[in-house]
Write a protein that binds this ligand. Structure first.
Ligand code: ZN
Length: 327
């Protein structure tokens, strides 16, 4: 039996899906709900969807609403956690939405709002691959590349909460154009979007690849992590070559981050790292180790795939909310 006011709900607000989970005081998952994100509707509609999801997931765990202590959300884009405001979330079409206050009105429990990458990193740090690390960097490779830094056990946010934009470190001057407007960011060289661009270019140039056929078979118009995994399993030469190049750039980025921050652990997260695990991370680690300034004890820096998958975000949201409530 779960005592009153002990359970917490964590929600990850992705551009394509919403994921909610409910945990007990030990952060053990009691139930999970998932649904597509309807971004076509106004913010109020999406906020109502999340309120309904929080109710549903509590019920799915066989609990009562009165047992819910708080809800914590990982939201994409520029977020002000102090005031629960999402300032700018291009994937959702949101500008200055008072998410925390609006959701609190509907649910009548405290609501916390954090940045989606920070919650993922906090989750892996507290409960996943980065457990026990004092100084940790999380790098999440997906549509873009997101990053988060834990320093002395706490999230490092910088002056305006804008720190840890690992994806926009420039690793190739005059390289390909990035979504941010600069050229040669690691995101423009090694994200899933960049890999898809390179695979399509190779196919256009006449190289043989099964990727487009796999996408058609699976009804996907984008090269998702599952398509990448299938192409790698089939030993697709174009996919392998493109991934190898992305891994090289990621290895260089990890080396630079480690030389700058001296962490004890780097967690590689996101769909590709989760699906391919060590296969994806090993070449990144090798390149990184070769480019550390402190090569003689390189192995002291762990470079590992994330272990929580899609639960890293909602679990991290709960972990950060607990810290805020303790303050
Ligand atoms: Zn950029």
């Amino acid at each position: 039996m779960v005592p009153a006011k002990e359970v917490m709900v964590g929600i990850d607000m992705g551009g394509t899906s919403l994921r909610a989970l409910v945990v007990n005081a030990q952060n053990e998952i009691l139930a999970i709900e998932k649904q597509p994100t309807n971004v076509a509707q106004k913010p109020e509609g999406l906020i109502r969807d999340m309120a309904a999801m929080a109710d549903d997931v509590v019920r799915a765990a066989g609990l009562r609403k009165s047992q819910l202590r708080a809800v914590s959300i990982g939201a994409p884009g520029a977020v002000d956690p102090e005031h629960g405001v999402v300032y700018h979330a291009p994937n959702l079409g949101w500008e200055e939405v008072h998410l925390g206050a609006k959701l609190r009105k509907l649910l009548r429990v405290p609501v916390f709002v954090e940045n989606d990458v920070n919650v993922g990193v906090a989750g892996e740090h507290a409960l996943g691959a980065g457990r026990g690390a004092q100084e940790l960097v999380g790098i999440f490779v997906g549509t873009g590349i997101g990053g988060g830094i834990i320093s002395r056990g706490e999230l490092y946010l910088g002056m305006r909460g804008a720190a840890a934009e690992v994806g926009h470190m420039i690793v190739q001057v005059d390289g390909p154009l990035c979504g941010c407007g600069n050229h040669g960011c690691i995101e423009a060289l090694a994200s899933r979007t960049a890999m898809e661009r390179d695979v399509r270019a190779a196919i256009r140039a006449g190289q043989k690849s099964c990727v487009l056929q796999l996408m058609q078979e699976r009804g996907k118009d984008r090269m998702t992590s599952s398509i990448i995994q299938r192409a790698i399993k089939r030993n697709d030469p174009v996919m392998r070559k493109v991934m190898k190049r992305a891994q090289y750039f990621l290895g260089m980025a990890v080396a630079s981050v480690v030389n700058l921050l001296d962490p004890d652990c780097v967690v590689m997260g996101g769909g590709i790292a989760e699906r391919l695990g060590e296969f994806f991370v090993a070449p990144i680690r090798k390149t990184a180790y070769e480019n550390f300034l402190r090569r003689h004890d390189a192995e002291r820096v762990k470079i590992v795939p994330g272990t929580l998958g899609d639960n890293a975000g909602p679990l991290g949201a709960v972990v950060l909310a607990r810290k805020r409530m303790e303050k």
